[in-house]
Design a protein around this ligand. Structure first.
Ligand code: E4P
Length: 221
């Protein structure tokens, strides 16, 4: 499963890119607004962090298909790394269909059911983004939706990729990986938690202490 970071904060993106575990970043209007900077400036700075192989997701904010297409064309001009996020609605899928004919890569976001994912794939989306955490937050089965989408895409031999989103905890990352999702985008805090385990920290301390004791014993001989 390919990992992306779910933030528009360039310092967090740089830190995680340098760690070697992410292949890109996803943004949305809320994440962009949280940084308080102009959209274009932020996206350009994020693009500069990554090499050519990366994926940077930037969301269209129009709600009419023609305007979404215009926004997407402008975003696509910034870099081949750009994937344009389009919200799951009829106008959005009209835009996805048009953009797929122009070779512009799209991700249909705010997906909450396998039926929505099926329609998005049918429209030509390169990615669908089921929001696991938001489904779990209302007592629905976010993982179950991801599993069903993965099963359907496999049964249909679909080329559309599943980008799991709205992930809050490491266990959700583990579960969507088990379900066969190809991509997961993880917020900075949850990604940090994925690195950490108390036994790892404890083991490192023990190894270092024992190594230091040995060096002292050798030095004291
Ligand atoms: C992808 O970038 C999605 O917009 C994002 O994961 C949504 O996360 P949230 O449900 O925490 O807002």
């Amino acid at each position: 499963m390919k990992i992306l970071i779910d933030t528009a904060n360039v310092e967090q993106i740089r830190e995680m890119y340098d760690s070697g575990v992410i292949c890109g970043a996803t943004t949305n209007p809320t994440l962009i607004a949280r940084e308080g900077r102009a959209f274009g400036e932020t996206i350009r700075e994020i693009l500069d962090i990554f090499g050519d192989e990366a994926l940077v997701f930037a969301e269209a904010v129009s709600l009419e298909s023609g305007k979404m297409v215009e926004e997407a064309r402008e975003l696509a001009k910034l870099s081949p790394k750009i994937v344009v996020k389009i919200p799951m609605c009829m106008e959005g899928l009209k835009a996805v269909r048009a953009l797929s004919r122009e070779g512009i890569s799209t991700a249909v976001t705010l997906v909450f059911s396998p039926a929505q994912a099926l329609l998005a794939a049918s429209a030509g989306a390169a990615f669908v983004a089921p929001f696991v955490g938001r489904l779990d937050d209302i007592g629905a089965d976010g993982l179950g939706v991801v599993k069903d989408i993965c099963d359907i895409f496999k049964a249909q031999n679909s080329s559309t990729q599943v980008l799991c989103a709205s992930l809050k905890q490491p266990y959700q990352v583990e579960q969507v990986a088990k379900a066969g999702a190809g991509y997961a985008t993880i917020p900075y805090g949850a990604l940090k938690m994925c690195f950490e385990h108390p036994l790892s920290a404890q083991g490192i301390d023990m190894f270092m202490d024992d190594w230091a004791k040995l060096q002292k014993e050798i030095a004291d001989k």
